[in-house]
Design a binder for this molecule. Structure first.
Ligand SMILES: *[C@@H]1O[C@H](CO)[C@@H](O)[C@H](O)[C@H]1NC(C)=O
Ligand SMILES: *[C@@H]1O[C@H](CO)[C@@H](O)[C@H](O)[C@H]1NC(C)=O
Ligand SMILES: *[C@@H]1O[C@H](CO)[C@@H](O)[C@H](O)[C@H]1NC(C)=O
Length: 516
């Protein structure tokens, strides 16, 4: 989902996480420490000989590398006894090796498990964090626990969601294999536990051969744990269940969790608060809604003092508290009106309206132009869907005012538009439009650069992205071939040129080809 301005929130969140100090420390580990210095020659064999390695790709001059240096060495010394190795690769000397691993910033930490495939280190850059993260990596991804007291302990105080597999006596091994392989992939995010404890079998399973899956969330009561109700246990189904149920009912959004909410693609309902008491005041009501709409809408709180500017991305004013739902699929934003202060009692009503399809999105848009006096139709957010859905072939250029390629395309585009506009038949069948994408919300298409050009065929079929040359001929041919009205603008042009009174030939901007 590339519409969403992930960068603003994540960069704000990243700024807060920047580590301080350490400028006097050395980035390169001392030869006395357990840190192993690797080169292109030694790297491959070292990685294969050691079951678990944390490798730091660094540059000696880099400040964050200097501050990490002593912590990395200290962690290395303590992890040696667990057969976990810490290694360093100096990217100023091993350029090719670092390039192979796509290293773009220093330091970059990667985890290797006996093969040259790696996964990113996701822990903090502190001694204790490195030790606990790597120790966890060394443990099996699933803990098999049978004892009732141990199980209780496991669910007593969670720091991360736990996914429990409950195996009845005649369980099918394939389900268990699926669970283990998912656990291997998701071990950095969640804990995985498997049990055949009879009390749990009694409580959670309903069939002798079907395992049960239960998600326990930190900070919530065990009675609120979510039970997987399906019969088919395949990887995709289980993974999507875990994706939904590991999210708190009413969580705080942060840099670490933002991406997973985006990936879930479910509408995301935000409550922005600038005083903790506001959050407490709505908490019960929102949890109730979250239970009702589990798997349909995610609910999060956002602290306005830190991330208030994100309100703008959601077409809301930075006035708090506020409540807004972002429909990620369509990129529509539905907010409770900010004309007056937010009344908490309106939230449940608003969510119900949204679910019923009765809420109106807040659309960012320029005003609808009073006259359309140019050949190119000046499209705006309010009108976008109506215009592209009419029974004409509609070509739309999505541009930004600052974009150089868009400016270069403009004369060709105007000429193209005039071709259709000047012919009464073509004018009935084809519309050439442009829209300033920085000032107008649009939905249903993916825009990753400017200009982006889409054709909306008259027959209502899916919009088609234009990837060809930005010349009048290529664009006109595209409309004729991919549109559904079959208008051949070049033929119209040539016919006009052949008429004796036509003096000027319409020379075209041939061969101009700009990359996005
Ligand atoms: C390494 O990754 C590649 C590509 O994802 C995969 O095909 C291969 O099986 C992996 N190798 C190992 C040993 O995990
Ligand atoms: C489940 O599968 C894992 C991985 O193959 C295996 O180690 C474990 O013994 C299995 N559990 C049971 C109870 O059979
Ligand atoms: C369209 O018509 C206008 C006025 O009738 C004329 O100035 C212009 O050159 C025509 N453009 C094309 C591309 O035929």
């Amino acid at each position: 989902m590339k519409f969403i301005n992930v960068s603003i929130l994540t960069s704000v969140l990243a700024m807060l996480a920047v580590a301080k100090g350490g400028a006097d420390d050395a980035a390169i580990a001392s030869p006395d420490s357990a840190v192993v210095k690797l080169t292109a020659d030694t790297f491959g064999s070292f990685i294969k000989e050691n079951p678990l390695v944390l490798a730091e790709f660094f540059a000696p001059w880099c400040g964050h590398c200097k501050s990490l240096g002593p912590k990395f060495s200290a962690a290395a010394d303590k992890l040696v006894e667990k057969d976990i190795k810490l290694a360093q690769i100096d990217c100023t000397q091993e350029r090719d090796l670092c390039a192979d691993y796509g290293i773009r910033g220093y330091p970059t930490l990667k985890v290797f498990r006996g093969t040259t495939n790696s996964s990113d280190y996701l822990g903090q850059r502190e001694e204790e964090s490195i030790i606990s993260y790597m120790t966890k990596q060394s443990l099996p991804s699933v803990s098999a626990i049978e004892d009732s007291a141990d199980l209780l302990d496991t669910f007593a105080e969670l720091s991360e969601p736990v996914i429990l597999q409950v195996l009845p006596p005649d369980f099918k091994p394939a389900a268990n294999e699926t669970f283990y392989s998912l656990a291997d992939e998701l071990r950095n995010e969640f804990s995985f536990v498997s049990t055949s404890n009879p009390e749990y079998v009694e409580k959670y399973t309903s069939k002798k051969s079907t395992p049960a899956y239960v998600v326990f969330r930190p900070g919530e009561k065990t009675e609120d744990a979510s039970l997987f109700k399906g019969d088919t246990i395949d990887k995709a189904t289980l993974e999507s269940f875990i994706g939904v149920e590991t999210k708190p009912l009413f969580g705080e959004i942060s840099g670490a969790t933002f991406q997973s909410y985006m990936e879930s693609k479910l509408p995301l309902a935000y409550f922005f608060w600038d005083d903790e008491s506001q959050k407490e005041a709505v908490s019960d009501a929102i949890i109730k809604l979250a239970k009702k709409f589990r798997g349909e809408i995610n609910f999060v709180g956002l602290e306005a003092k830190k991330y208030g500017m994100h309100a703008k991305n959601l077409n809301m004013k930075e006035e708090f508290p506020l409540f807004v739902i972002h429909d990620l699929e369509g990129n529509f934003k539905y907010g409770i009106s900010q004309d007056k202060a937010l009344n908490y009692a309106d939230i449940p009503k608003f969510v119900e309206e949204f679910k019923a399809g009765k809420a109106l999105p807040i659309v960012k848009s320029e005003p609808i132009p009073e006259v359309q006096d140019e050949a190119v139709y000046h499209l705006v957010g309010y009108e976008h869907d109506k215009v592209v859905q009419q029974k004409k072939d509609v070509l739309v250029e999505y541009y930004a005012p600052w974009c150089g390629h868009c400016k270069r395309l403009a004369p060709t585009y105007e000429e193209l538009a005039a071709l259709y506009k000047n012919d009464s038949d073509a004018n009935e069948k084809v519309v050439i439009a442009k829209i300033d994408h920085t000032a107008n919300d649009v939905s249903g298409i993916e825009i990753t650069g400017y200009p982006t050009i889409f054709l909306y065929p008259a027959d209502g079929s899916k919009p088609i992205s234009y990837e060809g040359q930005r010349s009048l001929e290529a664009l006109a041919n595209f409309i004729q071939e991919k549109g559904s009205t079959g208008v051949d603008a070049l033929k119209i042009r040539d016919a006009k040129a052949a008429e004796p009174e036509a003096e000027e030939s319409t020379e075209t901007n041939n061969g101009a080809h700009d990359e996005l």
